[in-house]
Design a protein around this ligand. Structure first.
Ligand SMILES: [Zn+2]
Length: 486
């Protein structure tokens, strides 16, 4: 989480009053479009307005050489599009989630999580080409006109809880959901992306190879986290179909062979040293413990919780018991004491039970509870507000299924009471992981490079997914590969 002391979960709801109902032909798709034909100037205005919320929702933009490189690749692709009335702008979000998306008006976003997965410039170009395709085909304008609500944290929470009360308590509207592109729109964006990268001289098959890596990464993520882990990646906003890799290949084969530019070394050079996974500014998950070196606090989840560090909160779900822990930060302008804050501000209007003051590792705090439901199960939601400094609170919401065994209840209680300040030595020793580009020497193998990575499990599988290697692929001596270092 990055957003301390702000109201979490900005919800963007758009109402467009200036929609025109005219029908016209789209230059990229050749189709007649009736819905959502905003004038280009209005698309730009809507994009600009939504763009202002992207950093708060998804993470800060990365500045510097990496962002410049991504922008240069994006503009190379954008030069080959049909719509000259769009000013394309490219941004890299400091998020470990693998995602890319576009807003009307030519705002195109990718994450460093996605950059870590791509293996060459052509694959990056393909992703940007796909997103540009959504803009040129006006899918993103159509989606906004339908009331675009896309918030990755919300997807995860929606997967974890169906309680309107919990959702409201977390600052979420109960109707929050994600609107995906349609299957047909995805196919069209893939086609347009292949067209644009072909024109730019990149290998036509880069779309297919990236989608293949995406699928491999998704499969591995599911294996690592357990099969029903909540998903918040490119496939959740861009629906996966089993055919998408094959279709992108077939599309690529339609084009005459071009220079097949990959620019692999230039790409790997650009991402060398990039943070992988969570950053210090977002807080880091190590085992069952959450560390926030920048803000200087830590707490631990009970064993068995799957932890998601999202921009506005940290969420943990126990798949066995169905217990949920949500952690976030909030400001309180009135600088009230914790009990007043909990009952009068945070839970204003709710019938809070058992409200009382307490202390957590020397910090003033207040707790209380209310009955709710999570995934159809009756739960007791236990709230805890811990005063970090006057007017600044860290907050836990723990959804405990009714009838939970006492050992699990104790573990949940222990978790909220584990919140404490980090020591100076902890602050200097807890560091994010980074991508390191290494050249394979003679005698090195997938196993030997994978062994250098700081993971507890699936090292070799992670190395293969990261480098786009299939199960039986071996290293090529002298070629560059990505490893993760701590
Ligand atoms: Zn898409």
């Amino acid at each position: 989480m990055t957003q301390a002391f702000k109201t979490p979960f900005l919800i963007f709801l758009l109402t467009l009053s200036l929609m025109t109902g005219a029908c016209s032909t789209n230059p990229a798709t050749g189709e007649q479009q009736f819905t959502a034909l905003m004038p280009a100037g209005q698309e730009a205005a809507v994009g600009a307005q939504e763009h202002g919320k992207v950093e708060q929702t998804f993470g800060k933009f990365i500045q510097g050489p990496l962002a410049q490189y991504v922008g240069a690749v994006g503009h190379k692709v954008a030069q080959n599009t049909e719509r000259k009335d769009v000013q394309y702008k490219f941004f890299v979000i400091d998020s470990p989630v693998i995602n890319a998306f576009a807003l009307p008006g030519g705002y195109v976003y990718t994450t460093r999580g996605l950059l870590a997965l791509a293996n060459n410039e052509a694959e990056l170009a393909a992703v940007l080409g796909h997103e540009i395709g959504h803009v040129t085909a006006r899918h993103s304008a159509e989606r906004v006109s339908q009331g675009f609500l896309a918030q990755l944290g919300a997807v995860v929470l929606a997967a974890a809880t169906d309680s309107a009360q919990v959702a409201n308590a977390a600052g979420l509207g109960s109707e929050l959901y994600i609107k995906s592109y349609s299957r047909g729109q995805e196919h069209q964006a893939d086609e347009l992306g292949v067209r644009y990268i072909n024109r730019a001289g990149y290998d036509n098959f880069a779309m297919a190879s990236f989608l293949n890596s995406m699928a491999a990464s998704s499969n591995l993520e599911a294996k690592v986290a357990g099969s029903s882990a909540p998903r918040a990646d490119w496939f959740s906003t861009h629906p996966q179909t089993e055919n998408r890799v094959g279709e992108a290949s077939a599309e690529a084969a339609k084009y005459a062979s071009n220079t097949k530019m990959l620019n692999r070394d230039a790409y790997l050079n650009a991402i060398n040293g990039m943070i992988y996974g969570d950053s210090a500014a977002q807080g880091l998950v190590r085992g069952q413990t959450f560390w926030h070196p920048e803000m200087g606090f830590t707490f631990s989840f009970p064993n068995g919780f799957i932890i998601q560090n999202q921009p506005s909160q940290v969420a943990g779900v126990h798949k066995g018991t169905g217990a949920v822990i949500l952690f976030d930060a909030a400001g309180d302008a009135s600088k009230a004491d914790p009990l007043t804050y909990l009952t009068q501000t945070w839970m204003k209007g709710e019938a809070v039970q058992n409200a009382q003051t307490t202390t957590v590792n020397g910090m003033r705090a207040a707790s209380g509870s209310f009955p709710g439901t999570v995934n159809g199960k009756a739960v007791t939601v236990q709230m805890m507000a811990i005063e970090w400094q006057p007017g600044q609170f860290f907050r836990f919401q723990v959804a405990m299924p009714n009838g939970l065994d006492s050992a699990s209840v104790d573990a949940l209680k222990k978790s909220t009471y584990s919140f404490r300040k980090m020591t100076a030595s902890e602050k200097s020793s807890i560091k994010p992981d980074r991508i390191s580009i290494v050249t394979a020497g003679a005698g090195q193998s997938v196993a030997s490079l994978a062994a250098q990575m700081p993971f507890d499990n699936y090292k070799e599988e992670r190395f293969r997914v990261l480098n786009g290697l299939r199960p039986n692929d071996t290293l090529v001596t002298g070629q560059k590969y990505k490893i993760i270092v701590r």
